[in-house]
Ligand binder design. Structure first.
Ligand code: GZL
Length: 335
């Protein structure tokens, strides 16, 4: 793309030499594509993953690694362990190594303008995977691929409308356990849910606390909410991901409360462990959020390296799994 074949051979040698440094800061060696280490024409992708906070995230990383291997692309990986500054440092290292494309999942929406301007000046396209950025100039990224989180929130709310009808409920108190503040999934799952139930007098959201998408914090949040409102004061728990839901579920059962029966549980992601709880009647609805974005990302990378245009926004098809569905033939989730 930007350098001749010989320059790339030199660059690849530099890449290999420098990756020892990257591995020291949590970034992996650039797995060479199937065309082998000596082939300098292999496309190299710089991938900054935000962390490994959930089954979803681990599945997403695996999806990227499997797809890079399938496409024969080199993958420079860096795990930021939930730290934005580490993502920014990794992106800067990808720029200095002149990778062909940068892919990253921004942990929060703000604070990316400067480093994305540096990538643009270096003429390296950036694909946002899974989460969005809030920047003044949307030419700072080439494309977004990930869930429509507003739609996910709306699916959660629409399930609750149906559940309230089935219960013949006159009024339901809702507590919300949110994901990482200022992240796209947190903001839009919150907004979409409210959009769906807005104006329906049967529902009151009595509290919203952040669990940062972590199981341990989901436990803490549920313990706090139970202490504050008591079991009788909470009818519905809306949790932005399965890890937090599974943490909350453990606290409810320890308190002698039957999750899914005494309290309605609505979750997001659909990781296997949560699906098993749904089948056991302990969760009432799980809105799917697929982590399997790797192949679509690599298709976009391939198109970009061939000079083709790609759509700016790309959403996978997703659904919801609920107590009203026959889940007997639901395939294993793989995460
Ligand atoms: C959603 C993703 C969220 C998952 C969580 O696309 O960003 O982050 O819902 C993960 O499990 O932590």
């Amino acid at each position: 793309m930007r350098t001749g074949r010989w320059a790339r051979r030199g660059l690849m040698a530099l890449l290999l030499a420098a990756c020892a440094l990257l591995s020291a800061c949590g970034a992996g060696k650039p797995d060479k594509g199937e065309r082998g280490e000596t082939n300098p024409s292999a496309v190299v992708v710089g991938f900054s993953q935000l962390g490994s906070e959930s089954g979803w995230r681990i599945g997403n990383t695996a999806s990227m690694e499997q797809a890079a291997k399938k496409w024969g692309f080199g993958l420079m990986r860096a795990n930021a362990n939930q730290r934005q500054e580490k993502q920014i440092a990794a992106i800067r290292s990808f720029i200095s190594y002149q990778v062909d494309v940068i892919v990253f999942s921004p942990i929060v929406e703000t604070g990316w303008d400067n480093v994305l301007r540096e990538a643009k000046r270096a003429n390296i396209p950036v694909i946002l995977m899974d989460r969005m950025v809030d920047v003044d100039d949307d030419t700072l990224y080439t494309a977004y691929i990930g869930a429509d989180f507003l739609a996910e929130g709306r699916r959660a709310g629409k399930f609750l409308l149906k559940k309230a009808d089935a219960m013949g409920a006159e009024h339901l108190n809702i507590v919300e356990i949110t994901g990482t503040e200022d992240s796209t999934p947190m903001r839009d799952r919150q907004a979409g849910f409210r959009w769906a139930i807005d104006g329906d007098e049967r529902f009151t959201i009595i509290d919203s606390v952040t669990g940062d998408f972590l199981r341990s914090k989901g436990e803490e949040c549920m313990r706090y909410l139970l202490d504050k409102y008591g079991a009788q004061g909470i009818d519905v728990v809306y949790s932005h991901n399965d890890e937090m839901t599974l943490g909350a579920l453990k606290v409810l059962e320890a308190a002698g409360i039957r999750p899914g029966q005494d309290m309605v549980l609505i979750s997001v992601d659909a990781q296997q462990e949560a699906v098993e709880a749904l089948k056991a009647g302990k969760i009432n609805c799980i809105v799917e959020c697929t982590p399997d974005l790797g192949n679509s990302v690599m298709e976009m990378v391939d198109a970009l390296t061939k000079g083709k245009q790609i759509p700016k926004r790309n959403h996978p098809v997703e659904q919801a799994f609920t107590e009203f569905d026959d889940l007997s033939d639901l395939a294993p989730r793989g995460y």
